[in-house]
Ligand binder design. Structure first.
Ligand code: AMP
Ligand code: MG
Length: 491
């Protein structure tokens, strides 16, 4: 290092000051402390200034080599305490035993309680057969989708940045390595609870529950049975998340219990997909031969996963009946939240008799015609604004069926007022959605070292309800090749 550089470093503000390590305080049964494995010649791939601002990073962070090295796992920020956490889980409905952060390392949390995790930064004791790496393709998908979901108002882990390296990573073909820096209040999963329950580690199970309650669900502390209250709160957040996913046409793809956030966040983006044509049975994960995680099964699978969580928490909750009661609001919460979301998509402000039937009838029509889901909603929003439904009608082969539905819809619309409805709809139904082919285009360019498409997409998805003139192609129908994109678990 030159003396100049040393001087510059000494006057530079620290990248992140005031680290806390709440998770690490849980004790060694919860993790293994280790450092990331460095990657050669890192470069920036993508970065979010919004997330940087949340973390309080200095303005110039993207120009700083210490940031590039830190977020690749090559040189850690002072004060961080890197660790990989251990959890277990049910994968595809089968108990998988011990899993854990096989390729993610938690650095700690900022003074504001946001945890930073590097994904793809090398092997850990929980890597099993894996190499501890993530490829550029899947890292870009996780980065874009985290930020897209946030902009849609859907609870999610965030992504600060992606860095890439020329280091080769073997998948179906040879790809290159990347690291995503993820940010969330916590990365605790249902599987963390399952882990200690399965091993009969009651003290750790209780410590985990106490930590989650005190840190993230303090409102559950007051009552007679805080753990039952926690179970109910997690169940309700999960129900609300499922309603969000279904309304947005989002398919997660790998809803194993180790991929279920205890905070009700969307977590672990893998083979996810936003629906193009509306197909309720759509399976986005190429590895999911049985369709366990098909789009329309998600709310039911989340319920199944909650039963696993309840089973794990039973020693804390007490009686089976108490656990059952804690979960009893799942379905009604999901149904009510979904209807609320669908009503907003339709521009209906007041709950009214018949709105549920209207939504059901519409979803049947969309499914029968395999109508493009995002385009339908955006066109409907504009149609309500303009009072001309022809462009929406054009999307349906069975126009008579659509006309019949439209009659009932217009009756309800008239009660609330069309202008207010249109305004609500244009803020609820995004013009820009991270469809698979859009991500794919950004990935193909990024593999060639061109990050401009990634940046364009990031900008559009950060404000998905704005028109962004000149970007019509990003809001259009998917090309024919979109249906040939195949995305599996291994990434
Ligand atoms: P996922 O379904 O991607 O959430 O991963 C399930 C489990 O496999 C988790 O414990 C991951 O940490 C682990 N895993 C996935 N990919 C890799 C990899 N390339 N190297 C090591 N562990 C991995
Ligand atoms: Mg996972």
């Amino acid at each position: 290092m030159t003396s100049h550089q040393a001087l510059a470093d000494s006057v530079q503000a620290p990248l992140l000051a005031g680290w806390r390590n709440g998770f690490a305080a849980l004790g060694p049964a919860f993790f293994t402390e280790l450092r990331p494995t460095p990657l050669p010649s890192p470069h920036w791939v993508g970065a979010s200034d919004d997330v940087a601002a949340l973390l309080g990073l200095p303005q110039d962070w993207q120009r700083r080599d210490d940031a590039l090295q830190a977020f690749t796992g090559n040189a850690l920020p002072p004060g961080s305490r890197p660790l990989a956490s251990v959890y277990s889980g049910h994968q595809f409905g089968v108990w998988a035993g011990q899993l854990g952060d096989g390729r993610a390392i938690l650095l700690g949390e900022t003074a504001d309680g946001l945890e930073l995790q590097l994904k793809g930064c090398g092997r850990t004791p929980y890597s099993r057969m894996g190499d501890g790496r993530a490829v550029l393709r899947s890292s870009i998908r996780e980065f874009l989708c985290s930020e897209a979901m946030h902009a849609l108002g859907i609870p999610t882990t965030r992504a600060l940045c992606v860095t890439g390296s020329p280091a080769p990573v073997v998948r179906e073909e040879i790809e290159t390595a990347a690291v995503v820096t993820r940010v969330a209040p916590s990365f605790i999963r249902f599987g963390h609870f399952e882990h200690f329950a399965a091993r009969g580690q009651q003290a750790e199970l209780r410590r985990l529950a106490d930590y989650v309650i005190d840190r993230y669900y303090p409102e559950c502390r007051g009552g007679a049975n805080p753990c039952a209250a926690l179970l109910r709160a997690v169940s309700e957040r999960t129900a609300a998340l499922m309603a969000r996913w279904q309304a947005a046409g989002f398919c997660h793809g790998v809803m194993n219990t180790d991929n279920m956030s205890i905070l009700g966040l969307t977590i672990d983006y893998g083979p996810f997909q936003f629906l193009d044509a509306f197909d309720p049975g759509h399976i986005c994960n190429h590895s999911d031969a049985q369709g366990r995680y098909a789009f329309d099964r998600q709310p039911g699978v989340a319920w199944w996963n909650l039963l696993c969580l309840a089973q794990a928490m039973l020693p804390l909750v007490g009686e089976v009946e108490t656990a059952r009661a804690a979960l009893s609001t799942y379905e009604e919460t999901f149904v009510a939240e979904l209807l609320r979301r669908m009503r907003a998509k339709l521009g209906l402000q007041q709950p009214r008799e018949g709105d549920g039937a209207l939504v059901d009838a519409l979803l049947r029509l969309l499914a029968a015609g395999r109508v493009d889901y995002p385009i339908f909603w955006r066109r409907l929003s504009h149609a309500v604004a303009a009072g001309d439904f022809e462009p929406v009608r054009d999307l349906f082969a069975d126009r008579a069926a659509f006309d019949a539905w439209l009659l009932s819809y217009e009756e309800l619309l008239a009660l609330d007022g069309q202008a207010i409805a249109a305004d609500l709809m244009l803020k609820t139904n995004p013009r820009f959605v991270l469809r698979n082919h859009l991500g794919e285009q950004a990935i193909r360019a990024a593999k060639l070292g061109d990050f401009s498409e990634l940046q364009t997409l990031q900008k559009l998805l950060a404000r998905p309800f704005d028109e962004h003139p000149g970007h019509e192609a990003h809001a259009g129908f998917p090309p024919d090749w979109a249906s040939t994109i195949s995305i599996s678990c291994s990434s």
